[in-house]
Design a protein around this ligand. Sequence first.
Ligand SMILES: *Cc1c(COP(=O)(O)O)cnc(C)c1O
Length: 401
Amino acid sequence: MVEVFTGSFTQQEPIPDEGIAAALAVLRHGRLHRYNLAPGEAGEVALLEEEFAALTGARYCLAVASGGYAMATALRAVGIGPGDRVLSNAFTLAPVPGAIASVGAVPVFVGVTRDLTIDLDDLAAKAGAARVLLLSHMRGHICDMDRLMAICDGAGVTVIEDCAHTMGASWRGVPSGRHGLIGCYSTQTYKHVNSGEGGFLVTDDAEVAARAVLLSGSYMLYDRHRAAPPPEAFEGLRLDVPNISGRMDNLRAAILRPQLARLPEQCDRWNARYRAVETGLRGTPGLTVIERPEAEGFVGSSIQFLLEDWGPEAVAEVVARCKARGVELKWFGAEAPQGYTSAYRHWRYAAPAPLPETDRVLAGLLDMRLPLTFSLEDCALIARIVRAEAGAVWQGRAAAE
Ligand SMILES: *Cc1c(COP(=O)(O)O)cnc(C)c1O
């Protein structure tokens, strides 16, 4: 009997009951706007910011409308504007170069290694080309952050971290997003907490935090924040920083607060699923599992593997055969962008320079989401299917040679 997987790769878990109850309370009182508060009320957004600051150990936190907005705001807050060049990962998703383009700046792409992290030699070579790096911890792979910070500090490059896939992760025990000047996170449905849309920005820098709060659309109500610097920090800025609305609302914050409280437990559940798939894939001929460094505390909400140098026809065949058995693999080497998946060479507005080694890695790179609605048995089944189909294509190639 041929096994088929019938689960959905895009189905997340429901919002916890506590979140639903808190959301209903907000709907009943009707004060959805973050600054619409009853006397003595802190508001769900301000409380959420305080809780996220505590979770990451950051001095300041701002909740915003999306992860993309958090990144654009971070860039603006450090003074990036039209014509400036910003270093970023060639291996990431479209909102990252999009955030750079949204402020009129120009991405300079840095290559990816076969560990799926930023190529630090390429970064060192390009560090003089820009004063900011928007570092994407794409698919949760964290590079050697000690070396990255040494390179950037040495070259005077400010680091902004895109932690869309690393909320709850760490490097040598330091939470992801806390190495650079600013950490940005997403609370969009496919990330580690789910409010449909949303994001955070964290920093220890009072001026950056004050600028970000003003940028996000605080009018003169910044004293209603609980995880922002004191009013004095806004005095010299409030008439100079434009209001570019992108606030979070109390409804989303109400949904998120109970999810943040159980994030560590959810991360453990993701990692159990990740290890189940990884174990099932290990040893498949021609298939490279990505080894995770000891220092990396990752969150396995997705898994990647390489079919290195298999050639586009063979990889496309593996994707098609897995799909026929219900396993959805995303391929970063496809000719055309598809769904959420695209590669740096597709971002024509950024006029990307070719990166041959990156192209070689992406040509064999397959990716799979692991939503928490999958059981451990589902994960073992998924791995069996990939193993069987990749194995069949591999043997077919060997026989043809
Ligand atoms: C989802 C995502 C973001 C931010 O996304 P929003 O949809 O704007 O919240 C940023 N970077 C990466 C790599 C992402 O996948």
